[in-house]
Design a binder for this molecule. Sequence first.
Ligand code: ZN
Ligand code: ZN
Length: 352
Amino acid sequence: MALSIRGYAAQSATSPVAPYQFERRDPRPDDVVIDILYCGVCHSDLHQARNEWHSSVYPLVPGHEIIGRVSAVGDKVGKFKVGEMVGVGCMVDSCQHCASCDAGLEPYCENGATWTYNDKDRHDGLPTFGGYSERIVVSDKFVVRISDKLDPKAAAPLLCAGITTWSPLRHWKIGKGSKVAVIGLGGLGHMGLKFAKAMGADVTLFTRTPGKEAEARRLGADHVVLSTDAQQMAAAARQFDFILDTVPSPHDLNPYLATLKLNGVLCLVGLLEPIEPPVQAAMVILGRRSISGSAIGGIAETQEMLDFCAEHGIASDIEVIDIKDINHAYERMLKSDVKYRFVIDIASLKAA
Ligand SMILES: [Zn+2]
Ligand SMILES: [Zn+2]
């Protein structure tokens, strides 16, 4: 008697995301059943719905920025109670016994984390389906608590966009006195500005688009550098301890590397493709600079971020949509026409 669920799925790389009925497993002893209230819309939803990473299995139910209320728990769940507000991010499981998992770094699980959608459950082999749906069943180890100080809909993007920017800022120990730059002002970039500022850093936004100064300052930037302006870039030489690069498409890293101090780090969080054009080795050697990358964070770290957000009044800037408008939202995302994250009100799925 598996649970029958209403959701939205892509049936192929070329078909729109549309209504789809499917089943969720009966809860196992360690499972939490969550009635979904909101689901953020991430760029990776669009990439995978359209098979742009060449790994999509259809039907594909996207969504990995999930907020909802616990509606049932398995026998062995002590951590969560029915009625609690909780979240689920990009992962729903991992091996739980490798060095990465032991260190609380489940996204780097050596045996492969189980992703929230477009993956296979590691116990029953059935496909995982994401948050564009009315309910999800997840092991309690991969569920996080959402404080009632947080607006649940604005908290949804914290589960991917939030933790993706939080984790590297924490790993590289950003704090008071740090000089941080963020490249790109999208879903990730706007969270990078907010976090870096709240951690006490002096924060700069790199942007290619003039006229973003007021908006960037509202979100936490102390300075804005127009990266297309050679003079402004030259003035920024050897300024930064850390650059958070959120740009999802290939771009020239060399001009940004020149703005890092001695031992500075440029961390990629948006790009999955080869770096083009090539990096000049001299740019990293002469300055002992590093290029790095970072994925989402572990579950403990995700909870730490959510608690920090509740304490500091931080959330995403969002635009709430009905689920029937998801394909239109994807088109707007492609034009960067969103400030700064779409969030689906799952009540619109139940009403349809
Ligand atoms: Zn995401
Ligand atoms: Zn593992």
